[in-house]
Write a protein that binds this ligand. Structure first.
Ligand code: PLP
Length: 385
């Protein structure tokens, strides 16, 4: 066989997927590694897809998405994110992943650089690496409440830096970037003429009555591309519907990429997404409230046990510090899985800064979450010096 591409040969598997596969080999494992809602997609959304398929929505759609969906998204962006965008600026993609991939492709040439946080969702580095785009990591530190600091990012900027990627609420830390830090980041992007790629797939999973400030709502220079998803908000991970909203001059580039790569998102799923946005929203509130309640339960268990963690303000993850044990994150997660039948994700999967952490997903059943966390605490205590 002729040698396949270097880019793919170099691509490492996501550490999240690796642990998921390991966990699946243990039949009675408690799964706290999953990054997807444990809820079913609400019935009215499923019904809309079935109706759409029966009504003939079975053909290719426009590359950018069905007009009805782009219009519904534009209304949602204004009402819930404070983003004033026309439907022409919206591009519907097969999940947020494709929106992120397409945006990096639209903005970067091989050899350019993207700034991503440490820790960060592993797919960012994977998708940049596939495109020959260099990944430079900026810190998010517990002593700064995990807020990204413009003054720590600035020295990392070179003349090849094209994109500053931010993710709020953040997977894996649950951090919501506050207004002051966001303004500093936007100023930094202005000073150095960077694009800002803002991953807001957890925009509707925010706790303590907090709200997420969308960078695009405050972007005067037309440098922000925002990425959203139906996956987490409406428990629709398998449907593969996400979207990007981009400045008017950039949106056509994102649309152009769709044709050779995916053509469009499957038509019944797009109609399901319309139903999700236009139907009742209590499902969103109910799921969010459930995650918040679970967070409070786990926080209590960890607090009483004296285990340090980052208290999440959004998303559905807990970032737990295991530095007190005599193991790194991979070993800790492996022993917890094989010896105690609890699957979590080792922090190292999210970058070097994750070495002392594991990620627990709140998108798991409450009893399993509490039992799994209790076993984690026991292991941590047993292995601390
Ligand atoms: N961005 C972040 C931060 C995520 O955690 C995920 C999924 O885990 C995604 C994007 C991908 O979302 P989608 O299912 O819409 O591709």
């Amino acid at each position: 066989m002729r040698r396949p591409s270097n880019a793919v040969a170099r691509l490492n598997r996501s550490g999240i997927r690796e642990f998921f596969d390991l966990a699946n080999r243990i039949p009675d494992a408690i799964h706290l590694e999953m990054g997807e809602p444990d809820f079913a997609t609400p019935e009215h959304i499923r019904d809309a897809a079935a109706r759409a398929a029966n009504d003939g929505y079975t053909r290719y759609t426009p590359n950018a998405g069905i007009p009805q969906l782009r219009e519904a998204i534009a209304r949602k962006l204004e009402a819930r994110n404070g983003i004033d965008a026309s439907p022409d600026q919206v591009v519907v993609t097969p999940g947020a992943i494709a929106a992120l991939y397409g945006t990096v492709m639209a903005l970067c040439d091989p050899g350019d650089e993207i700034l991503i946080s440490d820790p960060a969702w592993p797919n960012y580095a994977m998708l940049a690496g596939l495109q020959g785009v260099g990944v430079v990591r900026y810190p998010m530190l517990p002593e700064h409440r995990m807020q990204p600091k413009a003054e720590q990012i600035e020295p990392l900027i070179t003349d090849r830096t094209k994109i500053l990627l931010i993710n709020s609420p953040c997977n894996p830390t649950g951090t919501v970037i506050d207004q002051r830090h966001l303004e500093d980041l936007l100023d930094l992007a202005d000073t150095h003429n960077l694009w800002v790629l803002s991953d807001e797939v957890y925009d509707e999973i925010v706790f303590d009555s907090d709200t997420v400030k969308s960078p695009a709502a405050q972007d005067k220079a037309g440098r922000v591309v925002s990425v959203f998803s139906f996956s987490k908000t409406y428990a629709m991970t398998g449907w593969r519907v996400g979207y990007a909203v981009a400045p008017p001059e950039l949106a056509p580039y994102l649309v152009k990429i769709q044709e050779p790569v995916t053509a469009c998102v499957n038509a019944p799923a797009q109609m399901a997404a319309v139903a999700a946005l236009e139907g009742p929203q209590d499902c969103v509130t109910e799921m969010r409230d459930a995650y918040e309640k679970r967070r409070d339960g786990v926080v209590e268990i960890l607090g009483q046990a004296g285990v340090p963690f980052i208290r999440p303000a959004g998303a559905f993850y807990l970032w737990i510090n295991i530095a007190g044990s005599d193991m790194g994150s991979n070993d800790f997660a492996r022993v917890l899985l094989e010896g105690h039948h609890v699957a979590v994700t080792p922090g190292r999967a999210f970058g070097p800064a994750g070495e002392d952490f594991v990620r627990v997903s709140l998108a798991s059943k409450t009893e399993e979450l509490n039992e799994g966390t209790t076993r984690l605490v026991h292991l941590l205590h047993a292995r601390s010096g």
